[in-house]
Design a protein around this ligand. Structure first.
Ligand code: FMN
Length: 361
């Protein structure tokens, strides 16, 4: 019997989604000794899923996706939830309270979420100061986005993203992600590489520590925009892609009320087909040395395996942590390990195996 699903989740789900997130967050932030005591329960102990990401060996390929620890105050405890790594943020140049409420909805019949949080965070400088004195229990990446204010455009948008990069570039990070695909900003979604290209070019000039830079892409982007992003990624030696962000799609949902939620990005199982398709497209177009971090609706080992076979080297989860609780990472790893054994493949051998032979060469 799963204690989380049977007892804790029903209590948490009595509360507003943001309130229960706050409680879970508080528990991880303050309850690390308790989590550490339960450590064995949540940590995958096998060594078959160890994977190297940008030169760092991860204990397993499952990372915490962006948005759960927006302000970097959980980094000391994330190991005890079994994660192999975590992505902090998105952080922005200015502190921002996010969009007005309501802005987070559960789709109970889909095990999904719709969020319209709008990049609420304490701002790059404050978060960087916190991280500079924090103990990272797992390797950390950080994602940067533009402050969610429509009046920050053009050169100001460029400066805003660079401010964040300059604030964090001295930290011992595994990578920096540029979130150019958030559907929850008041500016609307990105439709061309324009300003982003200048940001990436300038970051590559100022990146003295050679931090790997990755782009987080949207499953809603046109093929043309994806091609342009990857073209730009090759030009500026981008290290990889997160595939991907939440979607504005509401297709195929079982939760009737979802129709009425006009804003926000969809996450969880209904996102999986869109994210997988993005992953495959990117795998076919990218350079061989660029990696994919697969993300979108990963809830069990089969989902993880599908993303790996579609070209992902590592994975990220958010929504399944909400629905399945803290044992989900271990469960995904155990099931993934069994699937690899069944097919007599190592993790590395499985990456991209469903993609074209040309892309795998
Ligand atoms: C409440 C919430 C907040 C999020 N905030 C961010 C964010 O700040 N930056 C970002 O790049 N992605 C953000 N995401 C997107 C997740 O990182 C992830 O791409 C998406 O949820 C799909 O994964 P999942 O289906 O496992 O949740 C957020 C997602 C949720 C549910």
């Amino acid at each position: 019997m799963c204690v989380y699903r049977s007892f804790i989740r029903p209590l948490l789900f009595q509360l507003e989604p943001e309130q229960s997130h706050g409680l879970a967050h508080e528990f991880i932030a303050k309850g690390t000794p308790l989590l550490a005591a339960f450590g064995k329960k949540f940590i995958y102990s096998g060594s078959d899923l160890k994977v190297s990401l940008f030169g760092t060996t991860l204990s397993n390929p499952i990372g915490l996706a962006a948005g759960f620890d927006k302000n970097g105050d959980l980094v000391h405890g994330l190991k005890y939830l079994g994660f192999g790594y975590a992505e902090i943020g998105s952080i922005t140049g200015q502190a921002h309270e996010g969009n007005s409420k309501p802005r987070l909805w559960r789709l109970a019949s889909d095990d999904g979420l719709i969020n319209w949080l709008g990049l609420n965070n304490e701002g790059a400088v404050k978060i960087a100061e916190r991280l500079a004195t924090s103990k990272f229990s797992v390797p950390i990446g950080i994602t940067i986005a533009k402050t969610n204010k429509p009046n920050i455009t053009g050169n100001a948008a460029y400066e805003d993203m660079l401010l964040s990069f300059r604030a964090i570039r001295h930290l011992p990070l595994m990578y920096v992600a540029l979130n150019v695909s958030c559907p929850n900003t008041l500016d609307g979604v990105l439709e061309e590489t324009g300003i982003l290209s200048s940001v990436v070019e300038q970051i590559s000039k100022e990146n003295a520590a050679n931090l790997p830079i990755v782009l987080k892409l949207s499953p809603d982007s046109s093929d043309k925009l994806i091609e342009d992003m990857i073209e730009m990624g090759k030009k500026f030696s981008i290290a990889g892609y997160v595939c991907g962000n939440t979607s504005v799609s509401r297709a195929g949902l079982n939760t009737a009320e979802a129709e009425d939620i006009k804003v926000g990005g969809l996450s969880g199982p209904p996102l999986k087909p869109l994210a997988l398709s993005l992953c495959r497209k990117v795998y076919e177009l990218k350079d061989k040395n660029q990696i994919i971090m697969g993300c979108g609706g990963i809830t069990n080992g089969q989902d993880a395996y599908d993303f790996i076979r579609a070209g992902s080297s590592v994975l990220q989860i958010y929504t399944s942590l909400v629905y399945e609780g803290p044992s989900v990472v271990r469960k995904i790893n155990e099931e993934l390990s069994a699937l690899l054994k069944r097919d007599k493949l190592t993790l590395a051998q499985a990456v991209g195996i469903d993609c074209s032979a040309k892309a795998r060469q």
